[in-house]
Design a protein around this ligand. Sequence first.
Ligand code: BG6
Length: 302
Amino acid sequence: MSQTIEDLTAILEGTPELTVSEPEPGFPVIDVQTPVSAATIALHGAQVLTWAPTDHPPVLYVSPKARMTPGTALRGGIPICWPWFGNHPEDPAKPAHGFARTRFWELVSGDLVGKVATIVFKLVPDEETKALFPYDFELTATIRIADKLRVKLQMRNTGEESYQVSSALHTYLSLGDIERIQLEGVKGSHYVDQLSDDKEPVYQEKNLQIKGEVDRIYQSMSSVLIRDLDRFRSVFVDKAGSRSTVVWNPWKEKSKEIKDLPDKAYREFVCVECANAGTDRPTLRPNGSHTLETVIGLRPLN
Ligand code: BG6
């Protein structure tokens, strides 16, 4: 980490609603308290860990076994997957979901205007990223915390060669119970089932109810609404710059295999990821850019 706690505190000086703490040594986070909500954001991965409107239970799920270890993916909140989603297209030995989630980002600014806190982070290449991805880029993550949560990832090609990327805002949503939700917004679209060898797109006829392992890339530009019957609320996930939505839940057996997840954790979350995945892989030309954005919030259950 190149920015010290003193550096971070100096950038946030004058905004007492944004403070820096270190839940683990060498793993700083920004604690945000707005008049309408609260959030925690890690410098590692520019990863939103928690967010909820005041007096509401958590909207994001974080595994109680999540590791706050530099260079390791932290299971929960909103990891940013970039410059590839899932396995690297040619080299499965490279880290899953790219490197953006396992690097420290630079804090550029943080402020609070009215009810809205805005925090901006940046990531640029270094020798380690060049070894994994030999291109130049500038990533800017702008996180707006208010009565809704907005995460905007701007990716810019600062080099001289074109390249393709895939990515995801890999949102872990906290649930009352996985079997007591209805996921709306994917009905009528096609998905590729990542659990099947058959990569032929499958038509989604109905709203989704999850009764087993799911790992799907939906070809969809629509927002998703999760009706959570146990929590008497709906959670919406709006998006822009994305033609694919990933829905993932590891279910019983895989939860046991995932070391940083309690065995029964699969009941408490679903990932709904605003993505550029599958055939949705934007090309970044020299000086070209692409923006992936998600907005998450609560609605009454209807
Ligand atoms: C999802 C993928 O986005 O992330 C799944 O579709 C994957 O295939 C899951 O298992 C979790 O990935 P990771 O690397 O954070 O364990």
